[in-house]
Write a protein that binds this ligand. Structure first.
Ligand SMILES: [Fe+2]
Ligand SMILES: [Fe+2]
Length: 319
């Protein structure tokens, strides 16, 4: 087989957090995207909202790939336990309910490909590696759940599993895209960095160590992923010490994307409604991405308001 470098056009939707409407379902279904990738965090914390969004996603008439975020399938007490690093042993009963919510969510997602410690075929010449689901940084999150569903209980085991999954890929024939919920460590320690910590005074690198070490190891072995996509660290918030986070970064010839523009649906001062996503393309074998903003449900060429123009260009490209 010859390397298939056919052009690709993939839509990437960052953390949803309740911001999805029928406009999105119709737009992506009728678009000429080959597929749609989601970074998770579907709901807005209201009961049932995650499942409702999952159902909307399942109705998109394209191949779909998703990684579950720390807000998907987990309860508010569980999230609090993770944030405060309370003993996971407390959570036995909550684990039973967790598994139940997980089962229901998978059902609601219908034919969506769930990317989590697995490799998905995404058309000729492209594989998607699903990394550790439910990640929220700082530590190995939700260990009881990860142990029971995937048999993985530490950063080390997690990294080992990722290596096993890509062992048989022929990198001469296949491009590798990595999909995670939180990004890898090693990409900067400032609050505005692509996965930098924005809620502590001392800032810091908030990327995941298992994913970061995995990527650095395979780069040394000549098995470089072409694209790494993750969200979790949102582009901006009131608490943020930075106005706008870097959302696209090229380093060691790897394209890193953080499409988590939250909220992804918002209005401007004139009352226009905007919907955000990222267009990921492979043209003549070269991967690149561009932020896209639908205005009142329509995609067209128009000058963007200044704040969006600034956001769109918040990138770091070194070669
Ligand atoms: Fe998240
Ligand atoms: Fe999020």
């Amino acid at each position: 087989m010859i390397f298939d470098s056919s052009d690709k056009r993939i839509a990437v939707v960052g953390d949803i957090h309740g911001f999805w409407t029928w406009v999105d379902t119709e737009y992506f279904s009728k678009s000429n995207y080959d597929s749609v990738i989601f970074t998770g965090d579907l709901g807005n914390n209201l009961p049932g909202n995650t499942n409702k969004i999952a159902q909307w996603i399942s109705k998109v008439r394209k191949p779909k790939y998703i990684i579950l975020g720390n807000h998907d399938t987990t309860s508010i007490p569980q999230l609090l336990m993770e944030i405060t690093n309370a003993s996971p042993n407390m959570g036995y009963l909550s684990h039973t309910f967790h598994l139940l919510r997980y089962k229901i969510l998978l059902k609601k997602l219908g034919d969506t490909n769930i990317c989590q410690y697995n490799l998905s075929d995404a058309g000729k010449g492209l594989s998607i590696l699903g990394a550790r689901p439910l990640s929220m940084g700082a530590r190995f999150n939700f260990p009881i759940f990860l142990k029971s569903v995937f048999g993985i209980s530490s950063y080390q085991e997690s990294e080992k599993k990722l290596h096993e999954l890509i062992r048989d890929i022929d990198f001469q024939k296949q491009d590798l895209l990595v999909l995670a919920h939180n990004g890898p460590s090693g990409l900067g320690a400032k609050a505005h960095d692509i996965w930098g910590c924005d809620f502590k005074k001392e800032e810091g690198d908030f990327g995941d160590k298992d994913l970061g070490d995995f990527i650095q190891t395979i780069v040394k072995q000549g098995k470089k992923p072409k694209v790494v996509i993750a969200g979790h660290m949102h582009h901006s918030s009131r608490k943020l010490r930075v106005k706008t986070r870097v959302w696209k970064k090229k380093e060691q010839d790897i394209l890193y994307l953080n499409p988590a523009r939250v909220p992804r649906i918002f209005s401007d001062k004139q009352g226009n409604i905007w919907h955000h996503h990222v267009e990921l393309t492979r043209k003549n074998g070269v991967w690149d991405a561009e932020a896209k903003y639908l205005k009142n449900g329509v995609e067209e060429i128009f000058p963007l308001p200044e704040f969006l123009e600034r956001e769109k260009n918040r990138i770091e490209m070194k070669d």
